[in-house]
Design a protein around this ligand. Structure first.
Ligand code: DGL
Length: 280
């Protein structure tokens, strides 16, 4: 039985823990840094176990619990699950394991944004195989908008393209057409596409060039950052406005590569600090 560690106002200056299977969740870290500049983020990229998207639900749940235990042991005031696959398979288990800690998942945040923003209610979700199989997005969108028509399309190779830094150019655009062109080549195409994997916003340029500017792209990173701001404020957990905030990076393997990718993909993060190696 886990000890209930309830986070209190005294913990407001602890970091926010964020994890993903790789660099993709840095899209969430970047959104959190933009929206909450006084907060310190502790980011764990579990690249030793990447990809999560092709693994079974039980395995993803086990990985997610390990990542959360690691961050909780460091001391955090909130956990942001910056991986849709882990949000889809492990959010309930994470909440059971850490009942006193506010835990936010990207699926719920992205689904709420799509349900609100789509005009026609015809929504396509691009995600990993695991997230699509879980039906988590369809359930979350339909719970808020029962008349919506939701299709979910697995795009597993987008993860490899993003981890490889191949986010733009003909290969990325061909891949976008390969997975997604058919979904839009119908009489009533979706007006909204959820980027249901935190790696996918990195391919926004290729998505736009291959699909045109028609569909609204919903980025779960922005949606979860907005939710984090509300929850911190509601619980009196927002960091002191005098704090300058920051980002610490931890990876479970290949720290040099992780640092190179982080700098290349997120120049806006500024100087990327040394990446710590963690053995989970
Ligand atoms: N970035 C993760 C997500 O949001 C998955 C990538 C992977 O397959 O590990 O689903």
């Amino acid at each position: 039985m886990n000890k209930v560690n309830t986070v209190s106002i005294a913990d407001a200056n602890l970091p926010i823990g964020v994890f993903d299977s790789g660099v993709g969740g840095l899209t969430v870290a970047a959104a959190l840094r933009r929206r909450l500049p006084h907060e310190t983020l502790l980011y764990l990229g579990d690249i030793a176990r990447l990809p999560y998207g092709t693994k079974s639900p039980a395995t993803v749940e086990r990985y997610a619990l390990k990542a959360a235990d690691f961050l909780v042991a460091r001391g955090i005031k909130m956990l942001v699950v910056a991986c849709n696959t882990a949000s889809a398979h492990a959010l309930a288990a994470l909440t059971r394991a850490h009942p006193g800690l506010p835990i936010l998942g990207v699926v719920e945040a992205g689904a709420a944004a799509a349900a609100r923003l789509s005009r026609s209610g015809t929504i396509v979700v691009a995600a990993t195989e695991g997230t699509c199989r879980s039906d988590a997005f369809a359930r979350a969108i339909l719970a808020q908008r029962p008349e919506a028509k939701v299709s979910q399309i697995p795009c597993p190779l987008f993860v490899a393209l993003a981890e490889e830094g191949l986010t733009d150019g003909p290969i990325a655009e061909d891949m976008v057409r390969h997975y997604l062109a058919a979904a839009f080549d119908v009489p009533e195409p979706p007006d909204c596409m959820v980027l249901g994997c935190t790696h996918f916003p990195l391919l926004t340029g290729a998505l736009r060039r291959a699909l045109g500017h028609g569909p609204l792209l919903v980025d779960c990173a922005e949606a979860v950052a907005e939710q984090a701001e509300h929850v911190l404020a509601a619980r009196g957990l927002a960091a002191n406005a005098a704090n300058s905030g920051g980002l610490s990076l931890i990876a479970t393997d290949a720290t040099d590569r992780f640092a190179r990718m982080a700098i290349r993909l997120f120049p806006a993060l500024g100087e990327v600090p040394a990446v710590e190696l963690a053995n989970l």
